[in-house]
Design a protein around this ligand. Structure first.
Ligand SMILES: Nc1ncnc2c1ncn2[C@@H]1O[C@H](COP(=O)(O)OP(=O)(O)OP(=O)(O)O)[C@@H](O)[C@H]1O
Length: 242
């Protein structure tokens, strides 16, 4: 059996050495899957995602990409190895044009490939193509997220990680962004996201992990977790009618 696209095993991560926020979290994401991390505030979901991207100190366990160990590498090498990371905030350059945002996302690429990838991004996201020379700050919240995802895709990552991609968006736009991510996973990329809009996120996800206090609490198919009364009540904010 081939190695999963991305696998974190018994990860321990901290901002301050010796003071872990993530104690022991294991997660697997494979090609074509949309996997969501849910859990209460402060559970360490964002910290875990940052640890995968090399933005937070990994003190134990390991992260593998296609079987190759990437934990411990500097962030630029992790990105070059095939990880795309979309932070929750400041994920586009507001004053740069949409096209220049894409170019900056692919600045490590040779010029000919860069042109090709910008073109590909505009084909995937026609709403961005229509306004390619406009500054990113004219975009709506949903379109900005689209641009942030398109930037991360410039390097052709094997796995793309998103920290709360729907934060601050209107409910209708939340669904549009989640549907875009669903389509992205279907295209063959492994997608891992942290989401506060847990119910909406589970509806488009294949699988999910519930994280609590820096540890795995539960995992399953998104459908099973949506159907689980205890999970629904504790983490999804609804109680099923009996
Ligand atoms: N830059 C930082 N330096 C030190 N501690 C931090 C930093 N960022 C977050 N923390 C702490 O790490 C803990 C976990 O935060 P994290 O953002 O990973 O949780 P989360 O599960 O994503 O929750 P939320 O949904 O509230 O963001 C919190 O106690 C937070 O205060």
């Amino acid at each position: 059996m081939s190695a999963p696209v991305c696998e974190a095993r018994n990860l321990r991560a901290s901002y301050i050495p010796g003071m872990p926020i993530v104690f022991d979290i294991s997660v697997i994401v494979d090609a074509g899957e949309l996997v969501t991390l849910i859990g209460p505030n402060g559970a360490g979901k964002s910290t875990f995602l940052k640890a995968l991207a090399g933005l937070v100190l990994v003190e134990g366990g390991e992260v593998r990409l296609g079987g190759q160990r990437i934990s411990g590498l500097p962030t630029h090498e992790i990105i070059a190895a095939g990880v795309g990371f979309v932070p929750q905030t400041s994920n586009v350059f507001s004053s740069l044009s949409i096209e220049d945002n894409l170019i900056s996302g692919g600045h490590t690429l040779p010029r000919s490939l860069l042109r090709e990838r910008v073109q590909r991004a505009f084909e995937h996201f026609p709403a961005l193509a229509d306004r390619r020379r406009a500054a990113a700050n004219v975009l709506s919240g949903g379109q900005r997220q689209m641009l942030a995802v398109a930037r991360a895709l410039m390097t052709d990552p094997r796995v793309i990680m998103l920290d709360e991609p729907t934060a601050g968006l209107a409910p209708k736009i939340v669904h549009e962004v989640l549907d875009d991510l669903r389509r992205l996973a279907k295209s063959g990329v492994a997608v891992l996201m942290v989401e506060q809009n847990a119910k909406a996120a589970l509806r488009v996800s294949d699988r999910a992990y519930v994280l609590v206090e820096g540890r795995n609490h539960m995992t399953g198919t998104a459908a099973d977790l949506l159907d689980n009364d205890a999970i629904a009540e504790a983490f999804l904010g609804f109680r099923r009618k009996s």
